[in-house]
Design a protein around this ligand. Structure first.
Ligand code: PLP
Length: 403
């Protein structure tokens, strides 16, 4: 089927829908725009006839190594699997304490539990939304072995500060850099400031696949070899390029978390447009900032902290903090404007961690962010008109003007 083909009737409906609604995110638009590139890459997979262990995953791994500067990139099924396999490859033992932020996507902490460790929560910095180095120093306990900050929304955690605390306490530093493709601090890409990090290619991410996919980033060859074996039933010592002669002996209880070649093909096509998309995201973030600055009820706009030369922020999500957040979300939804609440439940209050024994009040900054933060419609194909509509609707809500 030709994805771009539409009837006149479709065009009329699409037009009306576009006038009225502003979706939170629209992957269909970016796919439609990039479809010729994607189609060529996907056709290569069909021509090769190999949908697993094919050439595209290996090619994507090399391309991502070049993009991030990582010595090793290992493609897996999802960002969550990447975290679990990275923790396992770095030698996590049952019950090991892993210091993680109290405010993040659930996988930052559930990956620790899945790998057999115990999450130890740390409060965040109110501007970066990432783990606060002073709070980390205070949270280290005798059972702590790892620390894994997450880089969220539009900038990285203070890696110099966190690495200093990790070194003083002998902690292995890992990064949940699932959201952080393109983000660098002092010349080093996210995920490469310690023993390793990850990328997620979930469709809504800055580089999104046509389904789930993820990767591990590391400079350490031993870690890379272990992750590469763990993703493929624990078969060590060979790369997937050797298939089908690869050893069938499982040295470790691994999983099946190989990246699909179709996803790799899609990502290879989209990678060529990643920097242009990132630049557009920066322009849209600046436009939002201009229009939202004067609105009463808007408590905080995203700020980028200068981390020195060769540091770059990437707007993955445009997140603001507001008064009466839930009422605003309903008001926008009634006008066809999509939003997402990141993250409505701080990690220490997630039901799956109830038995660890944290309670409300333990991490006030994380809890305040959960109550006040909301992400606005944001993707490279968002039009200025749509952006204006969102800002006008927010302004009308706080200024009490009729809708
Ligand atoms: C998206 C995300 C993940 C998980 O990635 P998936 O590919 O969806 O499994 C982990 N951590 C953070 C911070 C994320 O945003």
């Amino acid at each position: 089927m030709d994805r771009r083909g539409t009837t006149d009737e479709d065009d009329a409906t699409t037009f009306q829908v576009h006038c009225r609604t502003v979706p939170f995110f629209s992957q269909a638009e970016s796919f439609a725009r990039l479809w010729p590139l994607i189609e060529d890459r996907v056709n290569e997979v069909f021509d090769n006839g190999k949908f697993s262990h094919g050439r595209q995953v290996a090619e994507l791994e090399s391309a991502l190594a070049a993009y991030t500067g990582a010595r090793h990139v290992i493609g897996v099924n999802s960002g969550t699997d990447a975290l679990v396999l990275l923790l396992r490859a770095c030698g996590i033992r049952p019950g090991d304490g892993v210091l993680v932020p109290a405010y993040s996507f659930a996988a930052t902490a559930t990956s620790v539990a899945l790998a057999g460790g115990r999450p130890q929560f740390v409060d965040i910095d109110p501007v970066t939304y990432a783990m606060d180095p002073a709070a980390l120093a205070a949270a280290v306990s005798p059972t702590s072995r790892f620390v894994m900050p997450a880089h969220l929304f539009h900038q990285m955690a203070d890696m110099a500060g966190l690495a200093g605390v990790a070194a003083r306490h002998g902690l292995v530093l890992l990064e949940d850099s699932a959201e952080a493709i393109g983000m660098r601090q002092r010349g080093v890409h996210a995920g490469l400031h310690g023993a390793g990090g990850v990328l997620s290619f979930f469709p809504s991410k800055t580089l999104g696949a046509l389904g789930d996919a993820g990767a591990v980033l590391t400079d350490d060859p031993g870690t890379a070899e272990l992750v590469s074996g763990l993703r493929h039933h624990g078969r060590l010592g060979r790369t997937v390029d050797d298939f089908p002669t690869i050893s069938t002996r499982s040295a470790l209880p691994g999983v099946n978390s190989k990246m699909d070649d179709i996803q790799a093909a899609v990502l290879l096509a989209k990678l060529t447009r990643l920097d242009a998309g990132i630049a557009r995201r920066g322009e849209l973030a600046a436009a939002y900032g201009e229009r939202l600055r004067e609105i009463p009820g808007v408590l905080r706009l995203p700020e980028v902290i200068d981390r020195g030369p060769d540091s770059s922020a990437v707007f993955y999500v445009y997140l603001i903090e507001v008064e009466r957040r839930d009422e605003l979300v309903d008001h926008l939804a009634r006008q066809g404007i999509g939003t997402e609440v990141y993250y409505p439940t701080p990690l220490h209050l997630q039901p799956c961690f109830a038995e660890i024994g944290y309670s409300r009040g333990d991490f006030p900054i994380a809890e305040a962010a959960s109550e006040r933060a909301v992400a606005l419609p944001f993707h490279p194909d968002l039009s200025e008109r749509q952006l204006d509509r969102v800002c006008e609707a927010i302004s009308a809500f706080y200024r009490g003007r009729p809708e």
